[in-house]
Design a protein around this ligand. Sequence first.
Ligand SMILES: C[S@@+](CC[C@H](N)C(=O)[O-])C[C@H]1O[C@@H](n2cnc3c(N)ncnc32)[C@H](O)[C@@H]1O
Length: 298
Amino acid sequence: MLQIVKALIPTPIKRAIRPAISAPHEYWAQYSARRESRRQEVERVARRRSAAMRYYDQRLRMIEEWAPKHTEESNFYYDITDRNKDYLAHTIAVVTSKNWAEVRSFIRELDEDQALRRHIVAALREIEPHAEIDVAYGRRCGWYAIARALKPAVLIETGVDLGVGSCILAAALLRNAKEGFPGRYFGTDNRPDAGQLFSGHYAAQGSILYGDSLDTLKAFTEPIDLFINDSDHSPEYEAREYDTIAAKLSPKAIMLGDNSHSTDCLSRFSTEQNRRFLFFKEEPKNHWYPGAGIGISY
Ligand SMILES: C[S@@+](CC[C@H](N)C(=O)[O-])C[C@H]1O[C@@H](n2cnc3c(N)ncnc32)[C@H](O)[C@@H]1O
């Protein structure tokens, strides 16, 4: 009978169970060691995954809260952390040779400008009456502080969108003018409806030049003190903007790249033109967006 059963068992199975029959103690010891090692490996991977996820859990929760809201779909509005503003002030102090306290006070000045905030909120409400948009300026507070420290006579921002940057920059020019340093703002955008927020006394600080940014920059004849790139974010277009204005920069010109977290165009341009380059990384406050930054060529 046993012989018949043995003959019915397929050879691979016979091979597999032979060690368990011939040396059962040794076999079971090895079997439990393998099981224990597999259990430890599963535990190790779970521990590492949970350590890494601690950096993302809060952000994933913020995505869940943000997604159902009726807020902006892109070009997100968020504030940056206070520590980030302190670091930004240090970066700008280096770039503009000002002291930290003065630069930090420019950032505070923007935060406390209630008239500007009311203007932007009211204009946004007119455009999108049902939106729950909470305006905050993010890294644009760095653009503002640089405009305040540098006192540019001519400032260009390529890419206007609704005009949050335009209003902030115009607010900086308004303060500069009160201190005896007038300047003009030029925005470029190829969307005929861009700049809806740029109105009132902010709009009196300059104008939006409609059309393709490269065409506008080619036709621009005045020396540029502050240049902010924020239009077409492809690396090719960004690089072409820098090349187009290279010969139009004034001796004290500062260039800001809004794409420097994803391309090295401004860094390469700076090296080629014998200019210095720094990158400031923003740290959004209570927002899932990981943050962009400001490339600074000076
Ligand atoms: C990221 S938004 C600008 C945001 C704005 N700087 C702010 O502070 O809110 C980019 C804008 O660039 C414009 N744009 C894209 N390609 C362009 C081009 N080739 N020439 C001019 N404007 C362009 C878009 O229409 C859009 O309004």
